[in-house]
Write a protein that binds this ligand. Structure first.
Ligand code: GLN
Length: 469
């Protein structure tokens, strides 16, 4: 592993970042991959441990002084007056936020193609998608050679998915470990802020900094205080389960599956105990309906606040009947996928349907959580492919129906419904495109992911960086 790609080692080496070179690189790279929504190069050397480290932030996470559109036209004029706790914690240690990154509108998507703005491109092949919804974050992390780390957000896999497609590490914490204060809500019971970096150590380092109880978010807890970045790589006697339902997922590209099996066998060769395990409730028929009903229900209530009076897009409400005014603003400001989800979300929550859909989805979610809990009594880590395919070409993605696209999330939404931590680690390429191995552990056992991820990376190495410019 080259030390240039390891931000933490760079910082510890006391070398300084040349901000002019950095700016030049960012501009050249972004010209090719459209990862950035807005940017500001006001660098200061940074007092504190991070010494001015450039950090990018997904556009649905608020940073004072930057717009926060969450990929939506309805928020185009919105300038938040607050900074998310996770960002503040980085800034307090001297990080420089220089960019907000492109994403699917409000996080609704799998390929970042649902953005109302620029659609980011995969640095390994700019004819292909980055994955989503934190596509800009993953693409930028993958493409930059200068030190950089990114904050993303996941509801149903939006950190792991683009990390896998773009060949970087994506680390999603246990629900409640990182404050959601300052995050533009998609689905409150599922949303997590996570980190993306080129190495396991860096992703863990950044996660450690942003973690912790926050009185501005009552769902946060002070748990798992282990110094994550310093956890030693070690898989000796680690029990790894490979869920059969994930490995034999019907839409799985065989070449992807083979790469991930090879990676799991590498862990076995290094001393881990590996076993295939059957987890029937994490299969498609349970996770898909439970996730999409829950996520859309929560999203449809969260999005009610965008009505042309409080945030973002506004015309002249006084002159019109309010109902007409609201629908005019929402018709203009929301994209197609947002409208679909708002309508479906309202549908499943309405009187008469609530029991049949929403309440049932919650019950199924409970069963899924219990199944993972049971599995973690026996296994330290569960391992599978992150995504069933490599990043598709834009025209291939265009041909997929919404249901086919939702199905692509099958492997990542189970762990998100359960709120357990996840790490996607690059483990090879197919047709020159990165493949990710998804590691899962029990709640607040992030350190097990770090020791497994680091051990794998030490043995396998990191992928060759893409040549973007
Ligand atoms: N693709 C999933 C969705 O559209 C997950 C997105 C996310 O995690 N924000 O809901």
């Amino acid at each position: 592993m080259s030390s240039e790609t390891n931000v933490r080692k760079f910082i510890e080496s006391d070398k300084k970042i040349d901000f002019n070179d950095f700016r030049k690189e960012v501009e050249e790279v972004d010209e090719e991959i459209d990862a950035i929504r807005s940017k500001k190069f006001v660098f200061n050397p940074g007092e504190g441990e991070l010494q001015g480290l450039p950090v990018s932030v997904k556009d649905n996470i608020c940073v004072e002084g930057f717009p926060a559109t969450a990929g939506s036209k309805i928020l185009e004029p919105y300038k938040p007056e607050i900074t998310a706790t996770a960002v503040k914690k980085l800034q307090e240690k001297g990080a420089n936020v220089f960019a907000k990154t492109n994403q699917d509108e409000f996080g609704f998507g799998t390929f970042s193609m649902n953005s109302a703005y620029e659609i980011p491109k995969n640095p390994y092949d700019t004819d292909r998608v980055t994955g989503g919804s934190s596509g800009g974050a993953a693409a930028l992390t993958s493409a930059l050679k200068s030190p950089h780390m990114a904050l993303g957000q996941s509801t149903g896999g939006s950190v792991s998915n683009p990390a896998a497609f773009c060949g970087v590490v994506g680390f999603t914490p246990t629900y409640g470990r990182v404050s959601r204060y300052g995050l533009i809500d998609y689905a409150n019971s599922l949303d997590k802020i996570g980190t993306l970096a080129q190495t396991v150590e860096d992703a863990a380092y950044m996660l450690e900094i942003i973690s912790g109880k926050d009185k501005k978010d009552f769902t946060t807890v002070e748990r798992g205080k282990k110094k994550l970045a310093d956890v030693e790589p070690d898989v000796e006697d680690l029990r790894i389960g490979a869920p059969e339902q994930y490995m034999s997922f019907p839409g799985m590209d065989d070449r992807v599956k083979k790469k991930v099996w090879k990676a799991i066998q590498r862990l076995e060769d290094m001393g881990a105990e590996v076993e295939e395990v059957s987890l029937p409730k994490v299969a498609k028929d349970y996770v898909m309906p439970s996730y999409y009903v829950t996520a859309m229900s929560e999203a449809s209530t969260n999005l009610a606040r965008y009505c042309g009076m409080r945030y973002g897009l506004e015309k002249d409400p006084e002159k019109k009947n309010f109902d007409n005014y609201f629908s005019e603003i929402r018709s203009e400001g929301f994209g197609e996928e947002v409208k679909r989800r708002v309508m479906l979300g309202h549908f499943v929550r309405q009187e008469g349907f609530r029991e049949a859909y929403y309440i049932k989805a919650l019950k199924v979610r409970r069963l899924i959580i219990e199944e993972y809990k049971q599995a973690f009594k026996k296994y330290d880590v569960l391992a599978s492919p992150t995504m069933p395919i490599i990043a598709p070409r834009f025209e291939e993605a265009d041909d997929l129906s919404p249901i086919e696209i939702y199905a692509m999330d099958t492997l990542t939404i189970g762990p998100n419904l359960a709120g357990i931590p996840q790490m996607s680690v690059p483990c090879g390429t197919v047709e020159g495109m990165p493949v990710g191995m998804h590691l899962l552990s029990d709640h607040f056992k992030e350190h097990k992911l770090v020791k497994t991820g680091k051990a794998f990376e030490n043995s396998f190495g990191t992928l060759e960086r893409p040549e973007v410019v």
